[in-house]
Ligand binder design. Structure first.
Ligand SMILES: NC(=O)c1ccc[n+]([C@@H]2O[C@H](COP(=O)([O-])OP(=O)(O)OC[C@H]3O[C@@H](n4cnc5c(N)ncnc54)[C@H](OP(=O)(O)O)[C@@H]3O)[C@@H](O)[C@H]2O)c1
Length: 129
């Protein structure tokens, strides 16, 4: 399971390399639109099995929990979670308003907390986040 892996960047590389080098079955995650992840999924499918799941991981309900449910529905188990989803700050520090600060914290910090908790509950012994 690699969060934020649909639109290129480090997440796509991790997803594809897990499939290519490790033969992992990979869950590709996009925040909003399924179309954004199709290219990554096709790259994964060139090496192994995979699915694409739309979920905003800055939320527990409808985000992290959706990923867990769809991962287990597809593969029945999970061994690896990569908390990759993140945002670069979009404003100078002193100009960041509360809405932007909330978005940064929920995306860069809370997504990892939500996903790590929700996946750790169902992960195989020896699994890793
Ligand atoms: N690149 C670097 O030099 C560097 C250095 C240190 C740390 N990092 C960290 O490494 C990670 C990947 O970096 P990157 O350069 O590959 O960044 P990136 O190209 O901006 O990719 C981030 C990915 O996260 C997704 N994402 C953002 N919010 C999300 C949410 N709420 N739910 C699901 N997916 C979400 C984005 O999707 P959308 O585009 O659809 O929003 C995007 O696919 C980030 O966490 C970043 O902070 C990067």
């Amino acid at each position: 399971m690699v969060t934020g892996s649909g639109r290129g960047g480090i997440g796509r590389d991790i997803a594809v390399q897990l499939a290519r080098l490790g033969g992992a079955r990979v869950v590709v995650n996009v925040k909003k639109r399924q179309e954004d992840g199709k290219e990554t999924l096709n790259m994964v499918l060139g090496y192994s099995d995979g699915i694409l799941v739309q979920a905003d991981v800055s939320r527990r309900d409808g985000g992290a929990r959706t990923l867990v449910r769809e991962t287990l529905d597809a593969f029945g188990q999970v061994h690896i979670l990569v908390n990759n989803a993140g945002l670069g700050i979009g404003a100078p520090f002193l100009d960041a308003d509360d809405a932007l600060i909330d978005k940064m914290v929920s995306t860069n910090l809370m997504s990892a907390v939500y996903c790590s908790q929700e996946f750790a509950r169902v992960m195989q012994p020896g699994g890793a986040a």
